[in-house]
Design a protein around this ligand. Structure first.
Ligand SMILES: [Zn+2]
Length: 308
């Protein structure tokens, strides 16, 4: 069965200003790599629907969703936090980003795709239950996890977060939720300065010092993530796929290379194959060096698609 690619043109119209690193060109950089590498024909494209209030409310209180709808500008730009802004297209982009994660989950759990990748923006893993921050408005991967549980009856979902920043929003949402295991690596100490202070038992957080690279990634995955995942036996593997730990990415100071993203995805694909019927859904988070982002995402999607 094919690998699904779920996104929407409206994700390109969310724009936080000419000098903001989370910019529309990020999606074009990924698209360019998928096309020039010859991988695009292996992917089946789907337009992301708008997430519904019911889907969002499994993660965010309805009052929060309503407040986001109410502050969305009809012209100009408003700020939700110093890093996170909305233009007139942002609300729909955010609804499409969460909707992409939901549709991707439906496709994979409905047996219509083996795996799925959602190159969407705004990203989601810093979005807490009641707070937008760090370029994120709705927690896309969290909406997918709760959808898999509520709509498809899954009991165990793993969220793998290899973005250079700690997914504090995802941790806020799922701490002590026995149906969800979150495995993450992140630069520490670094924005958002969380993830190390007595995490809940379902959080497998591995902080990495600035300058860490593939060797430290391999140790974290082999010694912390994989034993936990073997015990947990996830029925679905979700990725918060951020590519900003790349050595070429100026946002942070980790030193991953393209092949590290292939390696980590291979490890998780093996977990998914053993326990989850190979079912994987990946949602884009960070990654701000356009070239490294495109190449790294390509490595990740190649493994999702089983194309070497
Ligand atoms: Zn990040």
């Amino acid at each position: 069965m094919p690998t699904a690619l779920v996104t929407h043109a409206e994700c390109l119209r969310h724009d936080m200003g000419a000098h903001h690193p989370e910019r529309p060109e990020r999606l074009s950089a990924i698209e360019d790599q998928l096309i020039s590498s010859g991988l695009a024909p292996y992917l089946v494209r789907h337009d992301a629907p708008l997430a519904t209030d019911e889907q969002l409310s499994r993660v965010h209180p309805r009052e929060y969703v309503q407040a986001i709808r109410e502050v969305a500008p009809s012209r100009g730009t408003i700020h939700l936090d110093p890093d996170t802004a909305m233009n007139p297209y942002t609300l729909n982009a955010a609804l499409r980003a969460a909707g992409a994660a939901v549709l991707a989950t439906d496709l994979v759990l409905g047996g219509k795709a083996d795996s799925a990748f959602c190159p969407v923006r705004p990203p989601g893993h810093h979005a807490c239950r009641t707070r937008a921050m760090g370029f994120c408005i709705f927690n896309n991967v969290a909406v997918a996890a709760r959808h898999a549980i509520a709509q498809h009856g899954l009991e165990r979902v793993a969220i793998i977060d290899f973005d250079v920043h700690h997914g504090n929003g995802t941790e806020d949402i799922f701490s002590d939720d026995e149906q969800v295991l979150m495995a993450s690596i992140f630069q520490h100490p670094f924005y958002p300065y969380s993830g190390t202070d007595d995490p809940a038992p379902n959080m497998y957080n591995v902080p990495l010092a600035a300058g860490s690279g593939g060797k430290e990634l391999r140790r974290a995955v082999s010694e912390v993530w994989l034993p936990a995942l073997e015990e947990f036996r996830p029925e679905l593997v979700l990725f918060s796929a951020g590519f900003d730990a790349h050595v070429e990415d100026d946002m942070a100071m980790l030193r991953f290379v393209d092949g590290d993203y292939r390696w980590v995805t291979e490890q998780l694909a093996a977990v998914a194959k053993r326990h989850a019927g190979g079912r994987m859904v990946s949602v884009l988070e960070g990654g701000y060096s356009l070239d490294a982002l495109g190449r790294s995402a390509l490595q990740h999607v190649r493994v999702l698609a089983g194309v070497s």
